[in-house]
Design a binder for this molecule. Structure first.
Ligand code: UDP
Length: 255
């Protein structure tokens, strides 16, 4: 997108749920692809720059959704931009609803076999008419990739959901996108299939309304502290950047 906002080392697109699904509709109607949809959040700010291939893939993604409250607040603070959260799980369900309505085929790659199967069944009953053209668990070996690509292409799925977690799913896309013949939209959905299958609980609505899903997840899975410890660092760095942008004098290198 051309009005993409840089946030420290990453970017976010100024969309809400409605705009995001309209963009997905355009991707599906276009002749090109596969169009990548990834989530923007503080964790990515620290993981993405570590790997040049990941950085390029992320930078060139077709849609970077404001997945959490941190990037929404950062965009407001740095640019005065009014973004709304677009949780990956909600966009994914909107895409399934659209697919069921307009007859697009979907493919799920990722998560444990039992989770993948159960999530597929739940989505099928939630969105009658949803055409699940294929699915595969996310615990295949590298040597199985040509077979998987064949399966995805043979399924004629226009929509591919990658549920391998980050940054594995973004790296998978970077390495295999050129072999995907029919896929027009590819969304990285992390642990969404676990949430749909019910093996991981999404925060109750009360926490969602408070924009504190991250806190709920941390309290219910304390080992995520390893991943979420970047949150305060992200907040501090956003404040420092704002301060730097407000300074009357800028270093030559910043101009
Ligand atoms: N996963 C997978 N293959 C692997 C490792 C993980 O399919 O080799 C799946 C895992 O079963 C889970 C998802 O990737 O469904 C990762 O979920 P997590 O919540 O950690 O991802 P996040 O949304 O935080 O990136």
């Amino acid at each position: 997108m051309n009005n993409r906002l840089p946030i420290l080392n990453i970017w976010v697109d100024p969309v809400n749920k409605e705009k995001a699904i309209n963009i997905v509709k355009n991707f599906l109607r276009s002749s090109g692809g596969p169009h990548a949809i990834f989530a923007s959040n503080p964790e990515k700010n620290y993981s993405v720059p570590k790997d040049p291939l990941l950085y390029e893939t992320y930078r060139n993604a077709d849609l970077l959704i404001p997945d959490g409250v941190a990037v929404v607040l950062a965009a407001k603070f740095l640019y005065g931009a009014t973004l709304a959260r677009v949780p990956g799980v909600e966009l994914m369900e909107d895409i399934c609803r659209l697919a069921a309505h307009e007859g697009y085929k979907v493919f799920f790659y990722g998560a444990k076999e039992s989770v993948n199967k159960s999530a597929a069944e739940k989505l099928q009953s939630r969105y009658p008419g949803l055409n699940i053209a294929g699915r595969s668990n996310g615990y295949l070996k590298e040597k199985d990739m040509p077979e998987l690509i064949k399966k995805i292409n043979a399924s004629n799925a226009e929509i591919l959901f990658l549920a391998l977690g980050s940054p594995a799913q973004e790296k998978w896309f970077a390495t295999h996108k050129e072999y995907l013949k029919k896929v027009k939209v590819c969304q990285g959905i992390g642990g969404t299939l676990d949430t749909i299958a019910g093996t991981v609980k999404r925060a109750p609505e009360f926490w969602q309304r408070l924009s504190a899903e991250w806190l709920y997840r941390l309290l219910s899975e304390p080992k995520r502290i390893q991943r979420q410890k970047v949150l305060p660092l992200f907040a501090i760095n956003v404040c420092l950047l704002k301060l730097k942008n407000c300074l009357p004098f800028k270093k030559k290198s910043d101009r």
